[in-house]
Design a protein around this ligand. Structure first.
Ligand code: CDT
Length: 336
C-alpha cells in the first residue's frame, strides 16, 4: 500500500501518483479498445505503487474538434451519455480492484442535451467524487479554411461549474483541462478552493496557433512553462497528462509530467506512445511556500485585483463571436 498512514481528516501527506500519457487514438478505434489500453496503464500504475492516476483530455476518442462536421448531431457519437457506461465500466472495476483513484477526460452529453468537455475525479472505490467542465475553450466556432482546425467552440458549451476541488486518494485534487493550464486564473482559483494538486488532461497539437511558426520546441516549452508557473505560483503539485504521437495524421506534443510546488518537473514522459510517469506526491514540499513567499492570507491584495473578475479583454480590444461556447460579441469595458 503506497498511501502513507498519515491520514488527517481523510487527507494523506504522501502518495505515489501516476500520469498516464496516451498515444494517438485513431478515429476507427472503439471505446472497448481504448478502455483496454487504459486498463493496461492502470495495471502498470498499480505495479509501480500508484494510488492516483491522471488520464488526458477526451481520453476515450480521437480529438474530434479538429474535424468540421455540418450536422452537429453527427459528432454525438464521440460523446458519453452516462458515466460509467457499459463500455467504460471495466476501467472503473479494474481501478477499484487495484485501489486506484483516477481522473478521466471525455466528451459529456447531458440528459438535457448539453455538450461539455469534461473530466471526472473517481475515488479508489470507483465512486465519482465530482465533475469538471472545461471553461477555457480554445479555437473557433468556424475554422473552415484555416489549416489547423480547432473547433471546441463549435462542439462544446462553456463549463458551468467553475473550478472545483475533490478529495480522491486522500488528496485534494483540483481539475482543469488542456487550455485551462495556460491561464493563471485557473490555478489561483483552484488553490483558493483548497487544491493541493491540480490534475490536467490535454491534447496539444504541434501546430495549434494558425499563423504562428510551428516550432516543435516552442510548443513543448510553452506547455512546460505553463504548468511549472501554475505549480510554483500557487504552491501546488501539477499532474499533466497528454495525448501524444500521431492521431489521424496530426502530431500531438506529449510531454506528460509531474511538477512539484518548487516548479520543478520531477517526472517527464519521453516517448510518444502509451506511457506512465510516476512520482511521489509529498504535501510537505508546498509548506515553505505557503508559509512565506506565497502565503495567500498574508500577502494577497484582492482589493487590487478587481479587474480580473470584472473585465475580460485588454483595455481597448474587442471580443469575438462564438457558437456553442456561447455569447454574442463581448465588447470589452474599460475600467480605469
Ligand atoms: N485541447 C486544447 O485545449 N488544446 C489547446 C491547443 C489548441 S489552441 C487552438 C492547448 O492549449 O493546448
Amino acid at each position: 500500500m503506497c498511501i502513507e498512514a498519515l491520514r488527517e481528516g481523510g487527507i494523506v501527506s504522501k502518495v505515489v501518483v501516476g500520469v498516464a500519457q496516451v498515444g494517438g487514438i485513431q478515429p476507427e478505434e472503439s471505446r472497448e479498445q481504448v478502455v483496454a489500453r487504459l486498463i493496461a496503464l492502470v495495471e502498470t500504475a498499480a505495479a509501480r505503487g500508484c494510488t492516483l492516476v491522471v488520464f488526458p483530455e477526451l481520453t476515450l476518442t480521437t480529438f474530434f474538434p479538429r474535424y468540421w462536421v455540418d450536422d452537429l448531431s453527427a459528432v454525438d457519437t464521440h460523446f458519453e451519455r452516462s458515466m460509467p457506461n457499459p463500455q467504460v465500466q471495466p476501467l472503473f472495476d479494474r481501478a477499484a480492484e487495484l485501489g486506484i483513484a483516477f481522473v478521466l477526460g471525455y466528451a459529456e452529453l447531458t440528459p438535457e442535451g448539453q455538450h461539455f468537455n469534461t473530466a471526472i475525479a473517481v475515488d479508489t472505490d470507483g465512486t465519482i467524487a465530482g465533475t469538471y467542465r472545461k471553461v477555457h475553450l480554445p479555437g473557433h466556432a468556424d475554422d473552415r479554411g484555416i489549416a489547423q482546425q480547432h473547433l471546441e467552440k463549435r462542439y462544446f458549451e462553456i463549463g458551468d461549474q467553475g473550478f472545483p476541488v475533490f478529495t480522491i486518494a486522500g488528496v485534494r485534487v483540483g481539475l482543469a483541462i488542456c487550455n485551462d493550464r495556460r491561464w493563471a486564473e485557473t490555478y489561483r482559483i483552484l488553490a483558493l478552493n483548497g487544491a493541493d494538486l491540480v490534475a490536467i488532461g490535454y491534447n496539444t497539437p504541434f501546430t495549434s496557433v494558425p499563423g504562428m511558426d510551428p516550432e516543435a520546441h516552442r510548443a513543448m516549452d510553452e506547455h512546460l512553462l505553463s504548468v511549472r508557473a501554475g505549480a510554483y505560483q500557487n504552491a501546488v503539485w501539477v499532474l499533466a497528462a497528454g495525448k501524444s504521437g500521431v492521431e489521424d495524421g496530426h502530431r500531438l506534443i506529449g510531454g506528460s509530467c509531474v511538477v512539484s510546488p518548487t516548479g520543478d518537473v520531477v517526472a517527464l514522459a519521453v516517448g510518444e506512445g502509451d506511457e506512465l510517469v510516476v512520482a511521489e506526491y509529498d504535501s510537505a514540499t508546498a509548506e515553505p511556500y505557503r508559509r512565506e513567499l506565497f502565503n495567500f492570507g498574508k500577502h494577497r491584495k484582492p482589493e487590487h485585483y478587481r479587474l480580473i473578475a470584472e473585465q475580460t479583454d485588454r483595455a481597448g480590444a474587442a471580443g469575438e463571436q462564438t457558437d456553442r461556447a456561447g455569447a454574442a460579441d463581448q465588447q470589452s469595458e474599460v475600467i480605469a
